[in-house]
Design a protein around this ligand. Structure first.
Ligand code: KG4
Ligand code: ZN
Length: 378
């Protein structure tokens, strides 16, 4: 007899410059209901099948690149158009015009709606929240407001091999355009921030220095590509706070050092040597700082695994150096990372974090009170 149960979660992400909608299906075996194992243990067993039946991402990057960075008002307007369009494509409204919410649609089995509540741009967040609240109100489905940072953490959980190694505590290096944090996850929904940036985030350090070198927004990926052909020792750039016993980061000194080398010189790049060398030196400074603090934290808290998540986890050197440093200093501790394509903002990770709300037994949000929380922390 089939004892499988599936939970279907609609994930909506509109916190910054990507609109994304996903449907995540988690299927688990209900046969052991009477066993002594807890519900959470049973439904997080790695034999649970976690699949994405839909996942669409609409990026606004080409538009914001024209302005050199994200323009909040433009972002919000684009989210309005894209959210409706992606929900339509995901839920199949236009393909079944007469019965738009039947089979495959929201009434066909979505169990809950997960939507990013913060941190992020207030006006952008409100677009996703309003869509989620409307769907919840019309179809009677519960809504969970999701912390975008928890979403990034859940992006690593979406990888089947990572779920096999999902044993607490897990140390997260969470590095995105807006955040750089070291977080200890002791259970689903239980987080302790061990260290964070005191000024710029790692992604911001990549983007701002890349801008000084004339690279288009967001410069992080472009800088990291150019760095592959450069000499990381060409410029002696600061690694701020690397010897500080705290687990905090600081990247503004690096930004200033690069500015002093680059600005005020005619012919900018020509005067500082090969741009590839500068990119490699900047990348080395950021990566070395992140790796050193992560190892310091791992030695202190002795996690069962280390995970690197957020847009900057797309950086190949960061992952390679972190893996090598773990092997040397903390043998046996695995490095978990998201799958390609899920490093930066996406709806799948928000849906996955929606499932984590069930695992941590959190109550749904009230659609009357749920609002954007631009500065939400873990
Ligand atoms: O997580 P994310 O999509 O957005 C935030 O939540 O902030 O991260 C975007 C950040 C940007 O700063 C971008 O430059 C950076 O991730 N990023 C990279 C790479 N790919 C994306 N930074 C360094 N190397 C990369 N390959
Ligand atoms: Zn993000």
């Amino acid at each position: 007899m089939n004892k499988a149960k599936t939970i279907r979660i609609l994930g909506i992400e509109t916190s910054c410059d990507e609109t994304s909608v996903a449907i995540l299906n988690v299927t688990f075996d209900t046969r052991n209901v009477t066993s002594r194992r807890s519900d959470v243990e049973r439904i997080t067993n790695h034999t649970s099948r976690v699949t994405l039946s839909k996942h669409l991402i609409a990026t606004q990057i080409p538009t914001h690149a024209r302005y050199g960075g994200v323009v909040p008002e433009v972002a919000a307007r684009m989210h309005v158009a894209e959210t409706v369009s992606l929900l339509d494509k995901t839920l199949g409204w236009s393909s079944t015009p007469k019965a738009p919410f039947n089979k495959g649609g929201i009434e066909g089995g979505i169990n809950l709606i997960a939507v990013t509540q913060g941190p992020g741009l207030a006006t952008a967040l409100r677009v996703g929240l309003d869509a989620a609240k409307t769907l919840s109100w019309v179809y009677g489905k519960p809504v969970h407001g999701i912390n975008h940072l928890e979403g990034h953490m859940a992006s690593a959980w979406l990888v089947p091999a990572n779920r096999k190694n999902w044993k607490f505590p897990i140390l997260f290096l969470l590095v995105s355009g807006g955040h750089s944090e070291l977080v200890l996850m002791t259970d689903f929904g239980k987080y302790k921030v061990l260290g964070r940036t005191r000024d710029d985030a790692a992604g911001e350090a990549f983007d701002k220095t890349a801008k000084m070198l004339g690279l288009e927004y967001p410069g992080g990926p472009k800088l990291s590509k150019l760095a592959e052909k450069g000499n990381p020792k060409a410029f002696d750039l600061p690694r701020p706070m690397i010897h500080d016993p705290s687990l905090d980061f600081s990247f503004s000194g690096l930004k200033t050092a690069v500015r002093q080398l680059v600005e005020g010189r005619p012919g900018r790049l020509g005067r500082i040597g090969r741009v590839e060398d500068m990119c490699a030196s900047i990348q080395a400074a950021i990566v070395e700082t992140l790796v050193s603090k992560t190892i310091r934290a791992a030695l202190k808290v002795k996690p069962k695994a280390v995970a690197v998540v957020g847009g900057v986890s797309a950086n190949p050197k960061l992952k390679a150096d972190l893996k090598a440093a773990l092997k040397k200093n903390c043998p046996g501790i695995k490095l978990l990372a998201p799958a390609k394509g899920l490093y930066t903002d996406n709806g799948a990770m928000i849906a996955a974090a929606g499932y984590w709300q069930i695992l941590s037994k959190r109550k749904p949000s009230s659609i009357k009170n749920i609002d954007a929380q631009p500065d939400l922390d873990l």
